[in-house]
Design a protein around this ligand. Structure first.
Ligand code: FAD
Length: 475
């Protein structure tokens, strides 16, 4: 069915304002924030409710047309790319907060609501939604659920999964599955957790119940500068070894500081090779004890400069390097690919040396800003994607780094998911039996792979040739 016919049929069902097609639409929705793999949708739909979304999914099922759920498109592994074309279902018009239940510290919202909007809605009640991906100003609840997103405060508060209490999902056949938030310790399997992290391959989540967490009464924030990467990574290990679990423990390297200077004129101490942002929160006495331990670790690992935020304005200022770092990298090159792997924290010094060596070998720029406390690495390669040599170098370098993470006892992804980017690396980490079990679970919900095809698993029928094209590589 061509775009005109699809648009006409879908417009008749949900209204023409909810259906987009055409050259510019195909271009805008052909990737997420992983921009080196692209594939255009035939049409894009913007349902306003679970019922409209169900109508669209039912139509896709009846016509055997693939569909791809999409939130804000900030994903970093190609998850929202419509790999085989078809229909993109965007949740961007489903942004309502449906119920705020302060007594039970929970909130019910539509999937398209931005992460930060949830916390904003309950801030006056002294509560917030703890998962805080750095994209939180725009990334959606549905996208956070699909990717089981982490963030700077994951170290203490955990990733998205434990904060999702229930959800509504449209299965690929159009059936609506509702998992209500049960009482704490409900018997039986935790079905919600099965769906969280499914990268949109189980169905389209349209609503969710989230847990609300008290805003800590005391927050202390430090920014420490180190002369060498090794000093900074040793400081991370030292802090963790004390038993203190900071709310955040983030690292940025010198190349990020170059970008921040170019973009925003921000200055950091001369000779800084790495910055550590450390935040402790909780009750006053607990925070004071933790801060004393952290300061002792800074001293033991030769921090050359330590700044402490005196108030909220200064705290926001200290966070600038972390929060604006990726955006600033636009000053270094036209394209950025942010990789994502995880390793045991004790392997950080060795792993970072590998990252710099691999980038140098492939002649591409790399900067690092990442959730050091979780051992969650984000090498950001900066390059020009108009040059096929550089694209190939980035793909090869990324693969080498992820293989090394796995060798060091880590994982193929820390928080950005597999998408299309790492589908062919799944078999490095998992045995054929493991992959078979995972695919069978997906098959319960999505037996014909009509929902978000070609994602997560390698060698799926109809997808292999596309993967070669997306990567631009002659294998
Ligand atoms: C600057 C920047 C910083 C980032 N920082 C972090 C970080 O700190 N931590 C982190 O974990 N990630 C981070 N990310 C990655 C990204 O923001 C997260 O993965 C986020 O959860 C994606 O949300 P989204 O709404 O943009 O989803 P999209 O990119 O639109 O989609 C992501 C995946 O979710 C699926 N999906 C989206 N909505 C639904 C739905 N309603 N139902 C079912 N499936 C759905 C899509 O099909 C796709 O597979 C960052 C990205 C950027 C660009």
């Amino acid at each position: 069915m061509d775009a005109e016919a699809m648009s006409a049929e879908l417009s008749a069902l949900v209204g023409k304002e909810q259906v987009l097609a055409g050259t510019s639409v195909a271009r805008v929705y052909d990737c997420d924030a992983y921009t080196i793999d692209r594939s255009s949708p035939t049409v894009v739909t913007l349902p306003r409710s679970t019922q409209e979304a169900q109508t669209i999914v039912r139509w896709c099922a009846k016509n055997q047309i693939p569909f791809t759920p999409r939130g804000a498109g900030t994903g970093l592994s190609g998850g929202a790319m419509p790999a085989l074309g078809g229909v993109v279902i965007s949740t961007k018009r489903m942004t309502s907060i449906l119920e705020v239940d302060i007594a039970n510290r929970r909130l019910h919202a539509e999937a398209g609501v931005a992460n930060a909007a949830i916390s904003k809605a309950v801030a006056t009640n002294g509560l917030h939604f703890a998962p805080d991906p750095s994209s939180q100003a725009v990334s959606t609840l549905g996208g956070n659920i699909a990717e089981n997103a982490g963030g700077p405060h994951t170290l203490k508060y955990g990733v998205t999964a434990p904060h999702i209490l229930g959800l509504t999902m449209i299965e690929p056949d159009g059936n609506i599955l509702t998992i209500d938030p049960g009482p704490t310790n409900s018997p039986g399997p935790d079905w919600t957790s099965l769906i969280v992290g499914g990268e949109g391959t189980f169905g389209l989540v349209t609503q969710a119940w989230v847990k609300l967490t008290p805003i800590p009464s005391v927050i202390r924030t430090f920014l420490a500068a180190f002369k060498t990467i090794r000093d900074a990574t040793e400081c991370v290990s030292a802090i963790i070894a004390t038993g203190v679990v900071p709310a955040a423990l983030e690292m940025m390297d010198a190349n990020i500081l170059v970008a921040l200077k170019a973009a925003f004129g921000l200055e950091y101490p001369e000779g800084t090779a790495a910055l550590l942002l450390v935040e402790c929160d909780g009750e006053l006495s607990e925070v004071e004890t933790e801060c004393a331990e952290v300061l002792a670790c800074f001293a033991r690992t030769s921090a050359m400069d330590v700044r402490q935020a005196a108030d909220e304005a200064e705290r926001q200022h200290l966070w600038t390097a972390r929060k604006k770092g990726v955006g600033a990298m636009g000053r270094l090159a036209p394209t950025i690919v942010t990789h994502d792997g995880v390793i045991p924290r004790s392997k950080l010094p060795e792993m970072l040396e590998t990252v710099y060596a691999v980038a140098a070998e492939h002649q591409i720029g790399v900067a690092n800003l990442f959730h050091a406390g979780d051992g969650n690495l984000h090498p950001c390669f900066y390059f020009d994607d108009r040059d096929p040599r550089q694209v190939e170098a980035v793909v090869q370098a990324g693969e080498t780094i992820i293989r090394r993470c796995i060798e060091l006892g880590g994982s193929v992804t820390g928080e950005h998911g597999i998408g299309v980017e790492k589908a062919d690396l799944m078999s490095v980490m998992f045995s054929p039996q493991d992959l078979d079990v995972q695919m069978r679970i997906k098959g319960i919900f999505n037996p014909n792979s009509t929902c978000n095809p070609c994602k997560i698993f390698p060698n799926q029928k109809g997808c292999v040739e596309h993967m070669r094209r997306w990567r631009g590589i002659a294998w």
